[in-house]
Design a protein around this ligand. Structure first.
Ligand code: AGP
Length: 607
């Protein structure tokens, strides 16, 4: 979960590297550095903290001569966020500089080997073994030295290298961490993802695992792990540049909350034609579908909670048991999986290490894998049998919003698509399709119906703890609502199945304890109403989320948020929106760094 960039061309490299790193800061932002080559002299500048510190140190790059360079913004894994541990790392002979995103799992044994051979280390990082191995194997060809080096590495890496024997050349290598080459005019780039490139070029080459690149301003060569040159297609990125910038909002998170109607519409539009749900990317036969006896959903964090929200629709419409497993648990739980298992992997970034590992485990056991993913060409997308893109556009805020709602929307579409293929939903097909088509409009209404949320945030922003309760889809949404609150406002928040509270946790309810009660399922509303009465009897203050005409809840709750009424199997995409807004405004009240919460990174590409 770091970001790397590289540049070579006629322009000064440092300002371009710094600009690219700013676009990648959401991937990690506790330290940063650049290495720039001026003719054959490599200069390195590193800082702790944000890219802004690096810009200050280098006068926005103007103080650093040279038109070839690499850069890195870090989320510390091995070694604290210090300037010594910041990348780039230099070889002992000063000939090489390296940046790296990923984890080298066997770095300790390599470090011991290299120290025995006389190499000295300046940092505690796993990355530094890479630059010393390159020095060790270098006999005149950087590409060959890089291939020999990566043959020694176990783990994940996206590596950038410069060598002062090769002015004007940058090298790259990829294994299980994203790395993209930007194809410019008389200049070329590499970066961890498209947002760092799109202001310079929309033409990109996605490096695959085990591939290497040698890049100059005129030429891009890609090699396989045997050093054989291979042809790669240039893909045109269609993202709107503004989409990767704030567009007038104070925070990316609010921009992305407000983008949800459009994002969900983009998810739906290509998949409903003439009233029919279609998935061009899914050529699963009806016989294959009928052979599936279990759907297993795996993911991490919010993506996991998206699976929890989508489970109800899948089970109801497809009549196939759906279970959920956290990817970080699944990969070590020896899951019972075979060719009759359909694994649905959910990941916004497509680079979450635990999710990738769990997916590989299940594939080996014979599962058919569908990936619901936002980043085109990401590792999860490539590993899956079928990649279903959410088309949410770039999500920059660390806390996901449109990533989550578009993931749940895809699950709803899949539920209808599979239910229809299995011949189970003829009677309600049209109604289901209409429900999903109404989601963008209902999300907008959920935004517009709650102008009082900033005032509610003022009331609750100093709470010691917050409880979120709900049943069924409301419970799944509570899980995501609690995570949103935790990760951006730092308030302790817990989600509970409403019926579960009385089995112990209710002991924590005291005078004025805020309880956020989700009551968006009229079929089981009475049950949650009694839970509201229970906690109120013990002094709790209840903020209920429900429909406007729900008198019973409106009459007992202390505060209210509203959503438009919709079939509860499809309500997850709607009811999360007020909870996203509540978390946002509480975090604002608390003066938190909303887009870059402490200790977090946008994509957790390490275990
Ligand atoms: C999102 O708000 C969280 N920051 C985090 O839980 C995230 O959902 C999780 O790390 C999974 O990321 P992914 O969807 O990119 O795999």
């Amino acid at each position: 979960m770091c970001g790397i960039v590289g540049f070579t061309g006629a322009q000064a490299a440092a300002p371009i590297l710094l600009e690219g790193l700013k676009k990648l800061e959401y991937r990690g932002y506790d330290s940063a550095g650049i290495a720039v080559m001026d003719n054959s002299v490599i200069s390195v500048n590193k800082v702790t903290g944000r890219i802004a510190n690096l810009c200050e140190k280098t006068d926005d790059g103007k103080a650093v001569p040279g038109n070839t360079g690499i850069g890195h913004t870090r989320w510390a894994t091995h070694g604290a966020p210090t300037s010594e541990n910041a990348h780039p790392h230099l070889s002992n002979d000063g000939k090489f500089a390296v940046v790296h995103n990923g984890i080298i799992e066997n770095y300790m044994s390599l470090r011991e080997e290299l120290i025995k051979e006389g190499y000295h280390f300046d940092s505690e990082t796993d990355t530094e073994v890479i630059v010393h191995l390159i020095e060790k194997y270098y006999k005149g060809s950087v590409r060959d030295a890089l291939i020999k080096t990566t043959n020694r590495l176990r783990g994940s890496y996206a590596i950038g290298v410069i060598c002062n024997d090769n002015p004007g050349t940058i090298y790259a290598a990829r294994e299980a961490s994203p790395l993209i080459i930007g194809v410019g005019t008389d200049e070329n780039y590499f970066a961890s993802d498209v947002t760092a490139l799109v202001s310079h070029t929309r033409n990109v080459i996605y490096l695959e695992d085990g591939e290497f690149a040698k890049i100059t301003s005129e030429k891009i060569q890609v090699f396989d792990c045997l050093g054989k040159e291979i042809d790669k297609s240039v893909v045109r990125v269609m993202w709107d540049i503004r989409a990767a910038e704030k567009g007038g909002y104070e925070h990316f998170m609010m921009k992305e909350i407000k983008e949800q109607p459009a994002a969900v519409k983009a998810t739906i539009a290509p998949r409903i034609k003439d009233g029919k749900v279609i998935f061009d990317e899914l050529d699963i036969s009806t016989d294959k579908l009928k052979s599936i006896n279990k759907i297993l959903i795996t993911a991490c964090g919010s993506a996991y909670y998206a699976g929890c929200a989508g489970k109800y629709a899948l089970e109801k419409l497809c009549n196939i048991p759906v279970s959920l497993e956290l990817a970080s648990e699944l990969r070590y739980s020896e899951p019972i999986i075979d060719e009759h298992t359909l694994l649905i992997v959910i990941s916004q970034s497509g680079e979450t290490a635990d999710t990738i590992a769990a997916m590989k485990e299940c594939k080996e056991k014979g599962a058919t894998v569908i990936a619901i993913v936002n980043v085109v060409g990401s590792t999860v997308a490539k590993l899956a049998d079928y990649a279903v893109y959410t088309w949410a556009g770039p999500e920059i805020a660390v806390a996901t919003t449109k990533g989550y709602t578009t993931q749940v929307t895809v699950l709803y579409l899949l539920s209808i698509f599979f239910g229809d293929k299995l011949g189970l939903i003829k009677e309600n097909y049209e109604e289901y399709v209409k429900c999903v088509q109404s989601l963008p409009r209902f999300i907008q209404q959920a935004i517009d119906m709650n102008p009082a949320i900033p005032t509610l945030a003022e009331k609750y922003h100093e709470s010691k703890a917050l409880f979120f309760i709900g049943r069924n889809t409301d419970y799944a949404t509570s899980l995501e609502g609690a995570l949103k609150m935790k990760e951006i406002s730092y308030l302790h928040s817990e989600a509970y199945a409403a019926g579960e509270l009385k089995h112990g946790t209710i002991a924590l309810i005291e005078e004025h304890q805020p309880v956020i009660a989700l009551c968006c399922n009229s079929k089981i509303m009475e049950k949650t109403l009694s839970n509201i009465v229970e906690v109120k009897a013990r002094g709790a203050e209840v903020l209920a989320l429900t429909f406007r005409n729900n008198e019973k809840i409106v009459s007992v709750a202390d505060d209210l948020m509203f959503i438009p009424e919709i079939d509860p199997i499809f309500s997850g995409v709607i009811e999360i929106v007020p909870l996203q807004l509540l978390a946002y405004y509480v975090a604002k009240e608390n003066g938190c760094d909303i887009d870059k919460p402490k200790n977090l990174a946008k994509s957790v590409t390490v275990e």
